[in-house]
Design a protein around this ligand. Structure first.
Ligand SMILES: Nc1ncnc2c1ncn2[C@@H]1O[C@H](COP(=O)(O)OP(=O)(O)OP(=O)(O)O)[C@@H](O)[C@H]1O
Length: 280
């Protein structure tokens, strides 16, 4: 069978939680070596879409093809095999706290390959070098900074040299300088290893820096699927709202924040108008 042209092909995906439809007619491709960023407001369906890509949720209708395979049709063993060709860096890092950083990173190699310990050690240290954590393999996750945890999670996600990498909020909770270094790392991984990468993020700076294309979700619909330049210059007010949210977020209104804390209304009631007569 010839290799598929795209790493991901989603076609008319619909999904529900109970009776509630969450994703509507989502279609999307991710090409080989492409970085696709999925963004959207809270509750727009980003995590649900990621769960489909990871084979954790079955479509109500439509198909999700990963590296040429319709994942809803794969047997558990075939799905497991496919997962060894993909890597996931979870938002929290999802490192095992009782294991050293080195053992966390080596885990997929120990679970899915028959490699000897010397080779596993070499491969683990190589990936630690890639993410600039060489020499930290003996530390426990609790001894790492937030940025180091994200790097360790990325090292574990790429230790099997995946063709496809998923990153869930890779820069969440990091200061801008550290977040930017994670962006650089993601770009380096794509350039050095040629992998396709899907990033779910709220971070606009990061999105504009790393994305080849952006998929904007809005209430479970694909609102836009385009290049960074096209999204930035979009005149769609819903996209502009999303892009301008950063300004609103970074300039909190002290008065309404205080009102929220004391349980008052979000906005003060309008002053009584002298010209308006109350209705009977
Ligand atoms: N396990 C679940 N059961 C029922 N409803 C769910 C479940 N998970 C998510 N939802 C609903 O699906 C919708 C989309 O949620 P999802 O977590 O995919 O959004 P999101 O874009 O990732 O949001 P956020 O950015 O806040 O994480 C939301 O309305 C949410 O309430």
């Amino acid at each position: 069978m010839s290799a598929p042209a795209n790493s991901i092909e989603i076609s008319n995906l619909a999904t529900h939680y109970g009776n509630r439809q969450i994703l509507h007619n989502v279609s999307l491709t991710v090409g080989k070596g492409e970085i696709m960023v999925i963004m959207g407001g809270s509750g727009s369906g980003k995590t649900t879409l990621l769960n489909h890509l990871l084979g954790l949720k079955k479509p109500s209708s439509g198909t999700v093809r990963i590296l040429g395979h319709d994942i809803a049709r794969l047997s558990p063993i075939a799905l497991q095999r496919l997962r060894t060709r993909t890597g996931v860096a979870f938002q929290s890092g999802a490192l095992f706290s009782s294991m050293s950083v080195g053992d966390n990173i080596a885990l997929p190699l120990r679970e899915h390959t028959g490699l000897d310990e010397t080779t596993i050690g070499i491969m683990t240290r190589l990936k630690l070098e890639v993410v600039s954590l060489a020499g930290f393999e003996h530390l426990k996750p609790a001894e790492l900074s937030g940025g180091m945890i994200k790097r360790a999670a990325l090292a574990r996600a790429i230790v099997m040299d995946p063709e496809l990498l998923f990153c869930d909020e890779p820069s969440a909770g990091l200061d801008p300088v550290v977040a930017s270094s994670i962006d650089d790392l993601i770009l380096r991984l794509r350039d050095a290893m040629g992998m396709s990468i899907v990033v779910v993020t709220h971070d606009l700076d990061s999105t504009f820096k790393i994305a080849d294309r952006i998929c904007v979700l809005d209430k479970g619909h694909v609102l836009a699927l385009d290049t960074v330049d096209a999204i930035r210059s979009s005149t769609d007010p819903r996209i502009q709202n999303l892009l301008n949210r950063r300004t609103e977020d970074s300039e909190p209104d002290a008065e309404s924040y205080l009102r929220r804390l004391i349980g008052g209304p979000a906005h003060p009631p309008p002053p009584p108008s002298p010209t308006r007569t109350p209705r009977p």
